[in-house]
Design a protein around this ligand. Sequence first.
Ligand SMILES: C=C(O[C@@H]1C=C(C(=O)O)C=C[C@H]1O)C(=O)O
Ligand SMILES: NC(=O)CC[C@H](N)C(=O)O
Length: 854
Amino acid sequence: MSRPQVLFLDAYDSFTNNIVSLLTTLLHADVHVLPIDNPSLDQNSPDFERLLRLELAQYHAVVCGPGPGSPEIDRDVGLMRQIWSLNEDDLLPVLGVCLGFQSLVVASGGKVRRLRRGLHGMVRDIEHQKPPTAPWSLKRGDIFHGVDAFKATIYHSLCADVGQDVLSEDEWRVKKWEAPSDTPDLLPLAWTLEDREDGTERILMAVKHRTKPFWGLQYHPESICTEVEGHAAIRNWFREALRWNVEAGRKVVTGESSLARNATRASLLSEVRLLRDTTAATGSAKGAPWTESMSPVAAVGLDCGYTHRTIPLPAHIKIPDVVEILRREASSEHIILDSANADKMATGAADVRGRYSIIALDVAEALRIEYHVGDDFATARIPAIQGVAVDLKETIPFTYHQNIWQLLADFLEKRQLTESIPVESPFKGGFMGYITYEMGLQGMDVEVGDRGHRRPDLCFAWVTKSIVMDHLRNVVHVQHLQKKKLIHDFWVDSIVESLQTSDLWRDTNHDLNGLSTNGGIETSRAVITTPMAHEYEEKVRQCQDYIAAGESYELCLTDQTTITLPAAMTGAPAMRCHPRAANGQTQPCTKPPTSDTAWNLYRTLRTRQPAPFGSFLRLGGATIVSSSPERFLEYSCGGLCSMRPMKGTVRKSPAVSTLAQAEEILHVPKEEAENLMIVDLVRHDLHGVCGSGNVTVPHLMKVEEYASVFQMITVVNGQLPEPEKQGHGGARGEWYTGLDVLAASLPPGSMTGAPKKRSCELLQEIEGLKERSIYSGVVGYMDVTGKGDWSVTIRTMFRWDDEVAAPGEGESEGTEVWHIGAGGAVTILSTPEGEREEMFTKLTGPLGVFSSGS
Ligand SMILES: C=C(O[C@@H]1C=C(C(=O)O)C=C[C@H]1O)C(=O)O
Ligand SMILES: NC(=O)CC[C@H](N)C(=O)O
């Protein structure tokens, strides 16, 4: 065994994989992760001690990680307690980090108390330089020996209480490096001093056990904002740990089977292969991957090639024009991803403006795959074939351990285009659709109760006919994935002809957007129910109580506004004014429709709130009208994954109208801390798939300008292992794609807070178990070349077809219900009024569309 082996005890923190990455790269060690509540290590089982001893014998050292909750609560620290109370014979070196550190303090007789005010995402000096007069020789075992001054990020609400608060200034100066009388076995190694209104708060930052090989750090060595100098302390710790093993004559046992797992997830495709092999070996059809041999629906899209034509895009043509020229009568479903701000602001980086827009065509004829949280099956359906409604539907059952993500990975792999296509188009054909917030909850094992409906939580259409508008080069790609044997693509020709012969295309004076602002939305009959300001403020306080107790570091609180409209206003199928001609060609439309509320809402929204991730979807019973500014995840076919968490929002106003003014407001500790917490969380999500050492942060806390707000964003990149190095079919049989990252990272961290899992559980309670649904989920695509792009579904209104409120008294029609979610991250530094205002600011953009004027 050439590399040292480290066991990491995971207390469900959102920074775990960052620590694993740091240890792996810095120490050249293999790090294995074991959850603190691993069911195979049940403390009540008679075999527990033997199994724990067997497990620990395989490691050179253990790291007890950070996490939500308190070291005094068994459930929060689980196995850590057993580590600190190991028999002399079973001792091994251990480093506690944050919660792990606090757990060591408690196990050594100390206490924890609440900080006077929690410190989350704050960067502080770690004071570790001891005077030569320090009363004991700290050189041996002092992991800070020889380390320069450095700053580190801290994330904690609780702190070690070892009697430091009762010392006078004089006593403190003399005793700060001595073992405190309350905890004689703990030697302080580092402190930080926090200025408070009522004096300085002394916060213990690091300790060493006097006799056992135990160390602890209250700060987070792995955070992106911890200075690199701090890494020296980790190296020192490991050197001390290995030396202790040698001196104690401790031998690490190899070859035993371990309960811990690799920090990096197995790839979806390796799981698919395993499933295929298992079903092949047992000869059982049950649970076998869904294949074309079982169903003609499963054969959709196989053996296709890419054809396209590229034509110039007239300067006056906007995405609604293209949609309105081409929308077909029979098609009531749409998927449009719209870089609605492409021609607007020139501030910030080019990618904020959005370069491409994508329109899926003939969506009603596209195969779609749907999944509802809690089900053990997916549904494949094709609503129409060649203009005739058929509603072909097939249930795809899962077996134990099988899930929707494997099904999608398998489906995509079989349709992957491997030849290189020299067309600058981000989407060549493939999946487009949406995923709800609850789908993300399920992925984290957060319980989603029965919501009393059967709406899809994931709905992906397999789009083979599409249009991509390139707003930079001013061209349009008309694209088709079609059976390879067809030589000429008449469909592509017909679309090009429809576009180029339409009046809109030729009429350079035309500006549909001008016509569309609020066109046809009869808002006087809309009933709008917004969150109650005082209730929202109360929920902010509740969030802060949980944060002060150490349960969370940041909670993204949200609430929903509903708008009910008379159903008749949207009842008409789209595009009554587009009769299909006998030859099957779409007739150009010169008159914009007025009967489709959703479409009108969208046109108004994109005009008033242009954003890089605009979208309009009618799919799987949902209608989504979005002007999202936030990218969740983009990945290239080469496996470069990029996430852009957004935290820090300031409303534009006469007082704050320039980027410089916004920067001044956003580059403050409160806002930067909010951003940093999510950045570290997103790094963790990416590390979990891309692997240790493969995540970088090219842009930290950049302020960008949008239509009505300024936002602070960070770019976090991860690189999936290159396919050649992934050993396709080789030793590990791993083969990662962007879908792995998507599956592992939902819901978006910027919508949850950190640590993600505990924060989501708390938010369910605080938000009254209200379903977030489409809001806080994602919308986007993943294509046949492996490229994908997903936005966070915020600044969005949505409705479900089956949610029609009964008619009120004296009304003849029922009403349809639109939802707009809005919220913001609550930290210990938030004020209830400030958060309430932020929520209403975010709500105003989409809600404004329901009122007339601009
Ligand atoms: C919760 C929302 O936005 C999220 C919260 C933000 C914040 O706290 O500053 C910023 C962007 C989004 O990640 C929303 O728009 O409803
Ligand atoms: N990051 C952590 O591990 C935090 C520990 C503990 N929950 C606290 O808030 O103090």
